[in-house]
Design a protein around this ligand. Structure first.
Ligand SMILES: N[C@@H](CCC(=O)N[C@@H](CS)C(=O)NCC(=O)O)C(=O)O
Length: 219
């Protein structure tokens, strides 16, 4: 059985959503982010990204990690691409061209969108919009996102999805990254096709199952 090491409140959400879409048996091995704990090395601390046995599994010391037999794979997007290729049917690539496009969009999301989108989400959560300096920082992050979000807007306006004109792992990967940017309502309102596509993704029963459990997980 596939094991996901991590917690719902982490990038493991991407993998859990895909596993739910595939209706494949899996289980969660709970590993929390070390930085969320007062003392990750305390004897009674839960297993976390700084625990020695976890670092032995994955020197990167980050969740998620997928365990599938002898394979221990880190990097949430690589995990999803691997799962979709192996078990995903139509959620994965039909041919080498689609395989290349799935990888292209995963890397584009990770490099062009995720860094600024994550910082923007944290800025919203920290209430930075309440100070002029915070607003300037957030405007700068939004400015960095305009070009890539316009690229994705054009893609979903044209094809309805990221790859192959159908729902695939590329939609899951990109939707989970764009979700961070969606914390900025004004920014997203500039991209109506992207907004509608993301709403459609979030309406999927498999996403909802993941999201309900994520929200039930302690902060
Ligand atoms: N690029 C990696 C990032 C992994 C990552 O940073 N995970 C965070 C949680 S979402 C983490 O485990 N942080 C723990 C730490 O930095 O100690 C991926 O997509 O899997």
């Amino acid at each position: 059985m596939i094991i996901i090491h991590g917690v719902y409140r982490s990038r493991a959400s991407r993998n859990i959503w895909l596993l739910e879409e595939m209706e494949r048996p899996w289980r969660l091995e709970r590993v929390i982010q070390g930085y969320r704990l007062p003392d990750p090395a305390a004897p009674d601390a839960p297993r976390n990204t700084m625990s020695t046995d976890f670092i032995a599994l994955t020197p990167q010391g980050a969740v998620p990690v997928m365990e599938d037999g002898d394979l221990f794979l880190s990097e949430s997007l690589a995990i999803n691409l691997s799962l979709a290729r192996t078990f995903g049917g139509k959620l994965g690539p039909r041919d080498a061209i689609e395989d290349a496009l799935l990888q292209q969009w995963a890397l584009y999301g990770a490099t062009a969108v995720e860094p600024s989108a994550l910082l923007l989400m944290y800025a919203h959560m920290e209430g930075k919009a309440g100070t002029p300096e915070g607003r300037a920082e957030m405007a700068d992050l939004a400015a960095k996102l305009h070009r890539p979000l316009a690229v994705i807007e054009a893609q979903v306006a044209r094809d309805g999805h990221m790859v192959g004109g159908r729902f695939t792992v590329a939609d899951i990967n990109m939707a989970e990254i764009v979700r961070y940017a969606a914390s900025d309502v004004d920014l997203m309102s500039r991209y109506p096709h992207l907004r509608a596509w993301l709403d459609g993704m979030h309406a999927r029963p498999a996403f909802q199952r993941m999201w309900t459990k994520r929200n039930a997980e302690p902060l």
